[in-house]
Design a protein around this ligand. Structure first.
Ligand SMILES: Cc1cc2nc3c(=O)[nH]c(=O)nc-3n(C[C@H](O)[C@H](O)[C@H](O)COP(=O)(O)OP(=O)(O)OC[C@H]3O[C@@H](n4cnc5c(N)ncnc54)[C@H](O)[C@@H]3O)c2cc1C
Length: 370
């Protein structure tokens, strides 16, 4: 006896998108989260940027789903009244090698049909007098910002409108696959005690805990080790300097995009996130010790920024699939696990996961169709 056709583990923006898409297709879906509200982990602690799809290899899922997700997100935000702003972004180069980096980004963007254009330094000074770009400015007009909480509330509404169920304060604590019946028995822990339910399919969209959920089911030799890269944000208490768009430096390392300037929907400036490798995802205190480094990085492109007005604000943790020594690009992993029909793992869904969320919902739906 099956309780639901699908279990979706994790009610962050990705799990919500997957659950809404499957419910809309007529599946009976239980979405669970261990917390008392939706979207309280990674999805609540990010830059809320709608990325254009510029940073990663052209044929990667990160690029393809970002571009597709961006279009879907703008369309749905407009239709459903989800607050967003297509404010655009500049990536600024301070030297020749950064300029070269932007040239290759521009070429890649052209191949991908993602609009980008170089502005002259003079145009730059006119449009954003507070911003310093010594070598080049690449403008990305399709970048924007969105209210991630409004998006999640909308997705939950879609899920429930199509008959989907949500269980909060409910943690998945064990899973087994019954090969002969092709069913997953899942043990849940909540305030009321333990309960076991049976599903034909399970989607693991547990964010930072996705490797641990996968390890509950897969044999030891296929176990994954989660890695965590914390990013702290710093609020800015002054109304000047001011910018009208997002300002990004060229990324210096492989783990993040550099301490950039983002705006919230109220027009307030914040800086971050930086990169700090941590051994546990539990410490969410923004890192005060790196304020000096962040200030130095921001000063490169916003010279009149005042250090005394930078204050640690909040932090988010990136779900990494390898540690700091791994320098190669790692893509999103979205796959049905071999030997476990109907078990779909979503692993390493870091940035641009918010932008890609609606496209990830489609991707998972397509996996179940094939
Ligand atoms: C610092 C930072 C900045 C970012 N900036 C951007 C950006 O500007 N633009 C962008 O596109 N992307 C950005 N991202 C990426 C984006 O935020 C994530 O890709 C996205 O939010 C991931 O959503 P998720 O649903 O996979 O994870 P989460 O939101 O973490 O959801 C996973 C859920 O699973 C639940 N869960 C875990 N274990 C269990 C269990 N055992 N039982 C039940 N429930 C469980 C958790 O409670 C959680 O609610 C950023 C990420 C970070 C860290």
């Amino acid at each position: 006896m099956v309780d639901f056709s699908h279990l979706v583990v994790g009610a962050g923006v990705v799990g919500l998108s997957v659950a809404a898409r499957l419910s809309r297709a007529g599946a009976s879906v239980l979405l669970v989260d261990r917390h008392g509200a939706i979207g309280t982990e990674i999805s609540a602690r990010n830059s809320e940027v709608i990325h254009a799809g510029l940073y990663y290899p052209p044929d990667s899922l990160k690029t393809q789903l970002c571009i597709k997700g961006k279009h879907m997100l703008y369309e749905i935000a407009e239709k459903a009244g989800i607050p967003y702003r297509n404010c655009g972004k500049w990536i600024v180069a301070q030297n020749d090698s950064e300029h070269e980096y932007l040239e290759s980004m521009h070429l890649k963007a052209r191949e991908l049909k993602v609009p980008t254009e170089f502005l002259s330094l003079e145009q730059g000074r006119m449009l954003e007098p507070a911003v310093r770009a010594r070598s080049a400015i690449l403008h990305s007009p399709t970048t924007g910002i969105v209210s991630s909480h409004s998006l999640m509330t909308y997705l939950l509404g879609q899920h429930e409108e199509h008959g989907g169920d949500l269980a909060l304060n409910t943690a998945v604590s064990a899973m087994e696959f019954d090969q002969s019946r092709g069913l997953y028995s899942v043990l849940f822990r909540s305030e009321d005690g333990e309960m076991e339910l049976k599903f034909e399919n399970v989607v693991n969209s547990a964010g930072l805990s996705a490797p641990l959920i996968s390890n509950m089911l897969l044999p030891t030799y296929r176990h994954l080790t989660p890695h965590y890269a914390k990013g702290s944000y710093y609020s800015y208490g002054l109304s000047k300097p001011k910018t009208n768009r997002l300002i990004y430096p060229c990324p210096a390392g492989h783990a993040g995009l550099g301490s950039h300037l983002t705006l919230d929907l109220g027009g307030r400036i914040r800086f971050g996130p930086n990169v700090e490798w941590v051994s546990s995802p539990d410490d969410l205190t923004p890192d005060n010790t790196q304020l000096e480094d962040v200030y130095a990085a921001v000063q490169q492109y916003l010279p009149t920024v005042e250090k005394s007005s930078l204050k640690p604000d909040y932090s988010g943790i990136r779900p990494k699939l390898a540690g700091p020594d791994h320098k190669q690009f790692i893509d999103f992993i979205i796959r049905e696990e071999e030997g476990f029909p109907g078990f779909v793992n979503l692993l390493g869904i870091e940035s641009p996961g918010l932008t890609s969320s609606l496209a990830i919902g489609e991707e998972v739906f397509e996996l179940y169709k094939s």
